[in-house]
Design a protein around this ligand. Sequence first.
Ligand code: SF4
Length: 338
Amino acid sequence: MAHLFSLLPQLLLPWYRQHRRDLPWRKDKEPYHVWLSEIMLQQTRVEAVKGYYTRFLERLPTIADLAQADEETLYKLWEGLGYYSRVRNLHKAAVQIMERHGGTFPQDPKDIRALSGIGDYTAGAVGSICFDLPTPAVDGNVLRVCSRLTSDPSPIDQPAVKKALTEELAAIYPKESGDFTQALMELGATVCVPNGAPLCHQCPLNNICLAHKEDKETQFPVKAKKKPRVIQEMTVLLLHDGDIFALRKRPKTGLLAGLWEFPHLDGKYSIAQILEYLEQQGITVSDVEKTIEKVHIFTHKEWHMTGVFLSCQKGGPYTWSVPSDYALPTAFRIFLES
Ligand code: SF4
């Protein structure tokens, strides 16, 4: 397969220069900008990231500003983007850059990789795009393109497959490292697409692609079988006194750590059980208004939630406020959109 990979730079670079999308984070090669965009783009669509990226940099224009930001500011800037450990790690890494590197983003791949929240993929992306290092950034897009190109049935979610591909690509990296990294990603995002048939007629690799020659594009990539998600039932208490709602802070560790939430009970509760529970919390309900069912899906878990809107007077062990003033994860915010 080395021969196929060696053809990639000459085929992909001219195509990328002609077809690259104009994205906010491609306006310069400032490491802070590239790093932030790569973290935001993990598990998140480009269109969804654009607004968040711009707002984040307007509020925190430098690594020093990010290092000094408080938790509430960070969560508010990230609200709705999900996977909140990403913003906690961004903050930790900014502090590390201030302490270890005097506020300048490091150039040595080992130093980049040592920062919180930066794995092989992000280190490869920042290293190649910002510093022209021959460091591949192998994500799902790149794995898909290469598995189709070489008609390779190895499961792409196995770490050994990713490692082997990273080494093979590093061996053929051209001096235009940043453009090459982005060309591979761009091809996977816009042409060799994940869902449905790839757009092979537009692809600069269609003369050499083995899956295309064999008419087997959609049989690749191969993935190992996933474990089913754990299903968790919960009863969400939407206690409100006019426009203000009862809120509480989640624990400092675990899923959605440190964010705000509506109070909830594990399991499914009847209205009578809910009223009894609230009485114990010192809350008297004046009206049971409506019940709404919602499902929120995380990577390994599904929350099957029954939200109960209850009119009451503020009190009990909660913080009472307008929810928009707090960073409320999407899993809870969806009830307010009802
Ligand atoms: S020819 Fe088709 S399957 Fe092969 S890399 Fe291009 S888009 Fe993907």
